[in-house]
Design a protein around this ligand. Structure first.
Ligand SMILES: Nc1ncnc2c1ncn2[C@@H]1O[C@H](COP(=O)(O)OP(=O)(O)OP(=O)(O)O)[C@@H](O)[C@H]1O
Ligand SMILES: [Mg+2]
Length: 584
């Protein structure tokens, strides 16, 4: 519990100065606001004296206090915002940054819709928690202290009664709030599931339309809402229970307080002014207490929301940067896998077993194998998206676990299997990763990737937005854009994961031409199902079931008449006429 509050206050304490002035003005405003009943008492007690000057003074004091309260409250509201607005912004940025820093393990298991729903709830809870804890609860506590101060002076028994009731009420409230918190947490889970389904539908709209599943999806959502409704009712009803129990306790307290003061008045121990003051205090005490309860409930709700919001800070990052990373200016591009085995965290079975290979600077290597053989996984390990289970990976002789991840990745450019783009312009997406790139360089890269002509044909040219995830571009255009992006970054190691799979034979030939031109001084890793692409690499590694079963140049492997030869045979004599033509 304290961990979340600590984090919350950590963001607020970054604005210490404004925070302390805010607390000071709020305390002053609250004390002044709460002494009105005492002024009534002064007024009533002064009436029999018929001293008009004194009465006037008291009236002026009364009005003066009201004006001061008004002014101080506005000032404290302003100062509170001076703390709250920047702190909430900083919290939001910190959570965002943390999510970006979390590993692939976290991201492959997350549900974007649920995460956004928790994120939004957390952000509003930050405001709500500040309002409840630092404004309202604080004011209520100060008010109670003021009331207590005057009660002790009139009758200690009154103060004692008030304290007793406060403690009893707090105890009961606390138990009820705990119950309420549980209900809130389970409602939140249901809410996140609903959001998850909605966002999954928004992302997969194409598949839904393709299979005409609109009604089925609506029903899936309706089904999820059943649990949601139950949980919301349980949560709402837990409030009613609190209202009844705490209301009864408070009413009993008021009754007892009246009984005490009336007896004292009858016995002549206190003045009529005291009676007015006490009844005014008691009534306000009643409201204060109720608002305390409401506030506690609000705090409980915000607390659960913010706990979930901040939970990303407690999620462990598995892939850590070394304490003292080896700093490298530039690399030659030597890649070595030594006895590498790997299994994904949720599945203990090895995806890769005892992988050994060496690609020298400037060499090219290709990975070939059946779908699911582990080709992309090798690349993910090289980029350190996951850590190897056994063995090690070396770049220029340095274990990649000793280099910072950002530096490691800056040496490597990848054209992924399915390039996903930002919902920004074509120009933005090409220049992504290279802030220094000039427009000329962007155009040059686009030309090399055989994309410039297409861009020029667009009405907005390089300023055309590509749509969410790049939907407005064809698969091949997206791939060529990803190629241009890598060319612009000019890394020492270039990886093509099925980079030309979405291209027509003509474009593929053009891209390959460009590829081999830039590959001259670079280490190139290629994954390709079309063997025509890999024919001219220095070394081909044939993967089967997560193991390297053959390796060597094209000619040698063809001569071996094993798996590679089998693939080659299938493609060159296969029914796919286009492939056959390409290879001949
Ligand atoms: N994030 C993941 N979590 C768990 N298992 C995974 C994950 N990614 C891939 N796998 C599994 O690892 C195995 C190898 O996958 P990988 O993507 O490396 O295959 P691939 O050789 O690139 O296949 P393709 O040619 O179809 O792209 C597959 O069985 C796959 O199901
Ligand atoms: Mg793959």
């Amino acid at each position: 519990m304290l961990k979340t509050l600590k984090k919350f206050y950590w963001f607020l304490f970054r604005h210490k100065k404004a925070l302390s002035v805010f607390i000071f003005t709020l305390t002053a405003a609250t004390i002044l606001e709460n002494i009105s009943p005492y002024i009534y008492k002064l007024l009533i007690d002064a009436i029999p004296s018929q001293n008009y000057q004194l009465l006037l003074k008291i009236a002026i004091l009364f009005v003066g206090i009201k004006i001061a309260v008004n002014f101080l409250t506005a000032l404290s509201d302003y100062l509170g915002d001076k703390v709250l607005i920047p702190a909430s912004k900083e919290a939001r940025i910190a959570v965002f940054r943390r999510i970006l820093d979390l590993d692939f393990g976290f991201h492959t298991n997350k549900n974007t819709g649920s995460l956004i729903s928790a994120f939004k709830r957390g952000d509003s809870a930050f405001f709500a928690l500040f309002q409840s804890l630092n404004r309202e609860i604080f004011r209520i506590l100060i008010s109670l202290l003021v009331v207590l101060f005057f009660f002790i002076r009139i009758a200690p028994s009154l103060a004692f009664l008030m304290l007793l009731i406060s403690l009893a009420n707090t105890f009961v409230s606390w138990r009820l709030i705990k119950f309420n918190l549980k209900k809130r947490a389970s409602f939140n889970k249901a809410e996140d599931k609903v959001s998850g389904i909605i966002s999954d539908n928004l992302i997969n709209y194409e598949t839904i339309k393709l299979f005409a599943r609109e009604e089925k999806e609506e029903n899936r959502l309706k089904e999820e809402f059943k649990g949601w409704t139950d949980k919301l009712w349980q949560y709402a009803n837990s409030f009613r229970l609190m209202d009844i129990i705490v209301g009864t306790l408070s009413n009993l307290a008021i009754l007892t307080a009246f009984w005490i003061v009336i007896r004292k008045l009858v016995n002549g121990e206190i003045s009529a002014g005291d009676l007015v003051m006490v009844s005014s205090f008691v009534t306000s005490f009643y409201y204060q207490f109720f608002s305390l309860l409401y506030r506690l409930r609000a705090i409980a709700k915000s607390y659960i929301d913010i706990q979930h919001y901040f939970s990303v800070f407690n999620t462990d990052v598995l892939i850590k940067d070394p304490d003292k990373p080896v700093k490298i200016k530039d690399i030659k591009g030597d890649i070595r896998f030594e006895k590498v085995s790997f299994s994904y965290p949720e599945n203990k079975e090895n995806v890769l077993t005892n992988i050994n290979f060496h690609v020298k600077p400037g060499e090219s290597a290709a990975f070939v194998g059946r779908s699911g053989a582990g080709k992309t996984t090798i690349i993910k390990l090289l980029l350190r998206f996951h850590d190897v289970t056994k063995g090690r990976i070396l770049i220029d002789g340095i274990d990649i676990r000793n280099i910072s991840q950002s530096q490691l990745r800056s040496f490597i450019g990848i054209v992924p299997q399915e390039p996903i783009l930002f919902n920004e312009t074509i120009g933005f997406n090409i220049a992504y990763g290279n802030d220094q790139a000039t427009q000329e360089e962007v155009i040059k890269a686009a030309k090399m990737a055989n994309l410039h002509q297409f861009i020029e044909s667009l009405p907005q040219k390089y300023d055309m937005p590509v749509g969410e995830r790049g939907v407005k571009l064809s698969g091949g255009q997206r791939q060529r854009l990803a190629i241009a992006r890598v060319l612009l970054n000019d890394p020492k190691i270039i990886i093509f994961d099925e980079a030309t799979s979405n291209l027509d034979p003509e474009s593929e030939a053009l891209i390959q031409d460009a590829l081999w031109k830039i590959a001259k001084s670079k280490t190139v890793l290629i994954i390709a199902h079309r063997l025509s692409t890999v024919k001219q690499v220095d070394k081909i590694l044939v993967l089967d079931n997560g193991q390297v079963v053959e390796s060597g140049p094209h000619k040698k492997l063809i001569g071996k008449k094993q798996l590679y030869h089998h693939f080659w045979q299938l493609q060159s004599t296969g029914r796919n006429g286009q492939e056959a033509n390409l290879l001949t």
